[in-house]
Design a protein around this ligand. Structure first.
Ligand code: NAD
Ligand code: WQD
Length: 345
């Protein structure tokens, strides 16, 4: 049996849903699992509107091993798993560390066990630039050493990578890729899917669009006295569709057995630093809106600056991220305006 179906965990979530669209666009057969803790199953209707394909979602918790096994029993042709499902709020993880460790690590253990037992031999793990902590050198490469994790969430990603690495040593038939995302933002160009969390948005780009649309009276710029070119923090904002496409490239790479090791790591950033003030300027430029912001004290736990060296993903996966901060702001804004219109109707 050809095992070419891809199981996307967290498929109703932000990056998972965009990745499903890109996988379908590239001819993959997909099944999703998402317990809807931070998402809505209606996103599957939107994916159908974009692609013409109706994707099945299992609304189960991956921390339940028996329920997770059932997906593989039902779909013996699953050959690859892209594991997005996780809790991802940095602040919440500080207040609920055990919940974060239980959810993010038990779900990973169960899914790896299923990969081993059901012959799904390609595995992709959603990691994060937060594994680097306060990196000592910029840009960070995949070889840059991990510093102390700044939160329990970040620690789940550091430990998740180590678990997958130990699993790879013991299970050479399963090849794994860790994708370390920098700051994903923006929405699909169709404006049919975007970021739609159940939790309050705290990341910069949705805070900007919510403020400009009047959902917030004003926003805060956390710190203007850092040792950066304009005093605000620097990040590597990467369009969600570029992130999505990296997963397609990674699964194609593994299915074609182009990997020379059964455990590899790739940074996914655009490779450039953008400051908070530069992000605000880009938003104002592409939308014509003016943003009501105030400078506030530094936010606890923020790293000063981080951006990626993305050469490895470009060269080995053939990944070519081609959307910049203005594309991010334009698509995020279109999505925000649409959400507000829907909320009023
Ligand atoms: P998201 O919250 O939109 O999507 C994650 C999905 O997983 C949600 O729909 C949630 O309901 C589901 N889920 C969580 N635990 C589950 C469980 N036990 N069983 C079944 N479903 C479960 O988040 P996202 O932004 O799409 O992030 C996807 C992945 O990328 C996560 O692993 C996250 O840590 C990682 N990541 C995200 C960012 C970012 O800024 N968005 C950056 C770096 C890494
Ligand atoms: C970006 C910049 C803020 C909000 C987080 C996670 C990280 C990864 C990506 C998952 C910072 C500033 C923000 C606001 C502001 N996620 N800011 N006002 O903190 O780089 O990374 O998302 O893995 O783990 O920590 O992203 O979007 O919160 O902040 O000034 O209202 O915008 O200080 O400099 P961050 P962010």
């Amino acid at each position: 049996m050809a095992k070419n179906k891809v199981l996307v965990t967290g498929g109703c979530g932000y990056i998972g849903s965009h990745t499903i669209v890109d996988l379908i666009d590239n001819g993959f057969d997909v099944v999703s699992v998402d317990n809807l803790g931070n998402s809505y199953e209606s996103v599957m209707d939107q994916i159908e509107a974009i692609t013409g394909r109706k994707i099945q979602n299992y609304a189960i918790d991956l921390c339940n091993l028996e329920d997770t096994k059932q997906i593989f029993e039902d779909h013996p042709d699953i050959g690859g798993v892209i594991h997005f499902a996780a809790l991802k709020s940095v602040g919440e993880s500080v207040n609920q560390p055990l919940r974060y460790f239980k959810n993010n690590l038990n779900s990973l253990l169960n899914i790896l066990e299923c990969c081993r037992d059901y012959g799904a031999n390609s595995f992709i793990f959603s990691s994060s630039c937060s594994v680097y902590g306060n990196a000592k050198e910029l840009p960070v490469t995949e070889e840059t050493l991990f510093e102390e994790a700044e939160s329990p969430y970040a620690r789940t990603k550091q430990i998740g990578e180590k678990i997958t690495m130990d699993f790879a040593v013991n299970n050479p038939q399963v090849s794994s890729i860790m994708l370390r995302y920098f700051n994903p933002a923006g929405a699909h160009e169709s404006n049919l899917i975007g970021e739609q969390p159940k939790q309050i948005a705290l990341n910069l780009v949705p805070v900007i669009t919510e403020t400009a649309s009047g959902l917030r009276d004003h926003m805060m710029v956390f710190g203007d006295d850092y040792d950066t070119r304009d005093g605000s923090c620097v990040r590597d904002y990467i369009h969600v569709m570029d992130i999505a496409n990296a997963h397609t490239k990674a699964i194609q790479y593994l299915f074609a057995e182009k990997n020379d090791k059964n455990y590899e790591v790739f940074n996914l950033g655009i490779g450039e630093g953008v400051s908070v003030f530069e992000a605000i300027n880009a938003f104002e430029k592409v939308t014509g809106e003016s943003l009501n912001y105030k400078v506030a004290p530094r936010r606890e736990g923020d790293v000063i600056a981080i951006y990626a060296n993305n050469d490895k993903a470009k060269h080995k996966l053939g990944w070519n991220p081609n959307r910049g901060i203005e594309d991010i702001m334009k698509t995020a804004w279109d999505w925000q305006v649409k959400q507000n219109t829907l909320a009023k109707s």
